[in-house]
Design a protein around this ligand. Structure first.
Ligand code: ZN
Length: 292
């Protein structure tokens, strides 16, 4: 296992981690400058942050600062209710792929969607199996587009508490079953993003990480699970403040052949988003050395 204790060369910052400091948005250019100034080598930007500054400007700044990406957030949300909404999903995912290519991302991360309409509070039905079949259909379609652009797709299984509104793929086994069905040769075009927050509880986790292997492990996200957790979405903990055995998890991921970045992804409305962004980044660096 790599030694992270002496430097932070394998640290990446998911830009949501410092997006809303003290209630004020930190725009992407400021985040990128603050990361580069600290010797952070990689980031994972969100589409809305890129759109706010403009794709060309974001790509130019990332290049000028010598930053890499650990992923691009995000595509997906494949579930639909009619032909028009299916087409809208496809168009949006095609744009996400093109943006990922422009930004030189190593993969487009997919949050696959739950029951259509649920995120807005009005689920169209109760048939989660229908949603899962639409997700499989959507990824199968997107995979052709992704292959044409040589942009790998990383399916991110989300914790089951998000099954209704964000993602009906909830375990690593489920994500890998889909990978095996759609890309049986393990071509490199389709894999998974393993986020410690979503999968740490899963008794099958070590076996499924080993099953994934280097060929499917496209991204690795870290934060911590707080006890108690006070918000289902925006109460993620800083590494070391919760109950996830992060070094053990990274040991499994690296034993399976993963050698990429550890991407810190923290949504924390009441705590880390209330602090000065530089303090948050400095804490990420320190915890990455000590707790990841
Ligand atoms: Zn994640």
């Amino acid at each position: 296992m790599r030694d992270f204790s002496t430097d932070h060369r394998w640290l990446s910052i998911n830009t949501a981690t410092v997006r809303r400091q003290r209630g004020e948005p930190w725009p992407l250019p400021r985040i990128l400058d603050a990361c580069a100034a600290r010797g952070i080598r990689a980031v994972a930007p969100w589409r809305d942050q890129v759109a706010a500054v403009g794709l060309g400007a974001a790509a130019a700044q990332i290049k000028a600062l010598g930053l890499g990406l650990s992923g691009y957030c995000r595509g997906g949300m494949f579930t639909y209710t009619d032909d028009a909404s299916r087409q809208a999903v496809r168009d949006d995912n095609r744009r996400a792929l093109d943006e990922a290519c422009t930004l030189n991302a190593p993969c487009l991360v997919l949050v696959v969607g739950g029951l259509p309409g649920a995120l807005a509070g009005t689920p169209a039905h109760r048939d989660i199996s229908l949603s899962r079949s639409q997700v499989a259909e959507g990824i199968a379609w997107l995979l052709d587009e992704a292959r044409a652009r040589r942009m790998p797709l990383a399916i991110e299984p989300l914790h089951p508490m998000y099954a209704a509104d964000r993602a009906c793929i909830n375990t690593l086994a489920q994500a890998l079953d889909l990978c095996d069905a759609l890309d049986p040769s393990c071509s490199g075009a389709l894999g998974v993003a393993v986020d410690a927050y979503h999968v740490w509880w899963d008794p099958q986790l070590p076996a499924q990480i080993a099953r994934a292997g280097a060929g499917r492990l496209l991204a690795y996200h870290v934060c911590d699970w707080l006890v108690p957790t006070t918000d289902l979405l925006e109460d993620r903990g800083m590494m070391g403040d919760g109950v996830i055995d992060l070094p053990r998890l990274r040991g499994w991921v690296e034993a399976a052949g993963y050698a990429g970045y550890s991407e810190v992804e923290i949504f924390s409305r009441a705590n880390w988003w209330q602090r000065e962004g530089g303090e948050v980044l400095d804490t990420c660096i320190e915890r990455h050395r000590r707790c990841v």
